[in-house]
Design a protein around this ligand. Structure first.
Ligand code: P6P
Length: 283
């Protein structure tokens, strides 16, 4: 696993440089979800593919930007599902974006996720690594080198509310929940970038990040393999919860297609319990 983490550190520096140096325009292609691709999306995907190609423990790659599975090594053990530059449309307004990595062993489903990581490209490059037997570990760059900062733990109750999706398309029960948190004094923290938004909650003690089913995205918007399951491990290992609209753990998701999405809720225990009450989830 250390070889994969070292590769992610190299990827982080190379994508950060591309963000700062390269053209921000659109390419003439679209990704597997039909979204227009920025030249940076394509370039970040290539950086990741070329860097991981040198790591013998990686068997396959699955990219959010492409269809299908990219085979690397017959003797490899892991399949890495990744979103090369999540929220890339925020780069042209100079907001933080990120890369997300889910490291799976065997069939691509929640219970086979062995570790996950994300990189935040902001004023500094920061990285969080989660595995099943440890609290997530935060790394920050100082003078361009990653330094281990320490374990990340969510408080039982947070202060921040990160509500995703178009509000006019929310179900009434979801709007009631979000409004109730604001009436308790929660502060709105939502940039539209999943990585910096969830990173902020993890580092600021918690709260609720929600991307519900909406009338325009009835199965949610965020992808199970590349985004939802990797963050679910981080939030559970940090002492919080990560569930879907029926109260099922996101770590138990079994995608039927690599680009399947899911409604998703990540947060501290108090806020997730409030969500279960608002959604009439009794488990
Ligand atoms: P909305 C970015 O496009 C993204 O995939 C995630 O990074 C982010 O959490 C979400 O979409 C934002 O979606 O509909 O709230 O703008």
């Amino acid at each position: 696993m250390e070889d994969i983490i070292d590769a992610i550190k190299e990827i982080a520096h190379r994508i950060d440089e591309a963000i700062k140096m390269e053209d921000l325009g659109y390419s003439d292609s679209s990704n597997s979800s039909g979204e227009d691709q920025l030249k940076l999306d394509v370039q970040s995907d290539l950086i990741i593919e070329n860097t991981f190609a040198k790591v013998k423990s990686i068997k396959n790659l699955v990219s959010e930007e492409k269809e299908g599975l990219h085979h690397l090594n017959d003797e490899g053990k892991y399949t890495i599902c990744y979103d090369p530059l999540d929220g890339s449309s925020l780069v042209d307004v100079n907001l933080s974006v990120g890369s997300i990595f889910g490291i799976y062993e065997g069939e691509l489903k929640g219970e086979n996720l062995v570790a996950s990581a994300y990189v935040v490209y902001g004023p500094r490059i920061e990285m969080l690594i989660a595995s099943r037997d440890n609290k997530p570990i935060l790394y920050c760059t100082r003078r361009n080198h990653f330094q281990k900062i320490g374990e990340v733990t969510l408080d039982q109750k947070g202060k921040l509310n990160a509500p995703g999706g178009t509000q006019m398309n929310w179900e009434v029960k979801h709007k009631t929940l979000i409004d109730s948190l604001f009436s308790e004094g929660y502060r709105l923290r939502y940039s539209g970038g999943m990585v910096p938004d969830l990173h902020q909650l993890l580092l600021k003690g918690g709260g609720l990040f929600s991307y519900p089913a909406t009338s325009d995205t009835p199965n949610g918007k965020l992808r199970q393999l590349f985004e939802v399951i990797p963050f679910a491990l981080m939030y559970e290992q940090a002492g919080g919860q990560a569930i879907d609209a029926n109260g099922n753990r996101l770590m138990e998701l079994i995608p039927s297609h690599p680009h399947d999405t899911s409604p998703c809720f990540f947060g501290s225990n108090y806020e997730i319990e409030a969500l279960k009450k608002a959604y009439n989830i009794t488990r």
